[in-house]
Ligand binder design. Sequence first.
Ligand code: F6R
Length: 198
Amino acid sequence: MEIIIQPTPEAATRIAARIIARQLREKPNSVLGLATGSTPLLLYRELVALKLDWSRVTTFNLDEYVGLPREHAQSYHSFMWENLFRHVNIAKKNVHIPDGNTKDIPAFCAKYEKQIKAASGIDLQVLGIGTDGHIGFNEPTSSLASRTRIKTLTQQTRRDNARFFASEADVPHHVITMAIGTIMEPKQILLLAFDPKK
Ligand code: F6R
């Protein structure tokens, strides 16, 4: 594990973008695990500016709210297309984001795990971290062996994410999330964390 401390989010993000750029240049058909939220926003802007070739890249997003329409401005589908995918030459068929409106959540989660395996696993996983320490939406006490599944958000996470919605009451209670067992498998994990006091 390497910990790189930088004076600003911009400096840390530039390093993260360089690591991802190197990954895509060395392996044009890389499989990336991607996060949403405020932390990777700068990173996605930086990656777009680098004008990399995404034509053979496959992505799997960490999570999605359950029951929020895909076209809702705060769905993670909207977030990813708005902030990254529509600006790069990724093939739509290579983009995977959990379907928060699936009728059969366990079957969907099992299929998501199979799709990751079929893609030969994730080469590089981008992570942010919640104020209660969650990665993906694996709230504290999540099992280390867990696989993609539905989780209930803690009150703290719903309160934190209320900044993206009109009110806390509008934040969905449930999410589909890649789980700890899934997230710990990639060959490289890039966890970005910014000092909230700065
Ligand atoms: C998002 C995700 C979450 C966020 C975390 C931090 O896909 O999985 O774990 O990374 O909630 O969110 P921000 O970056 O908004 O502080």
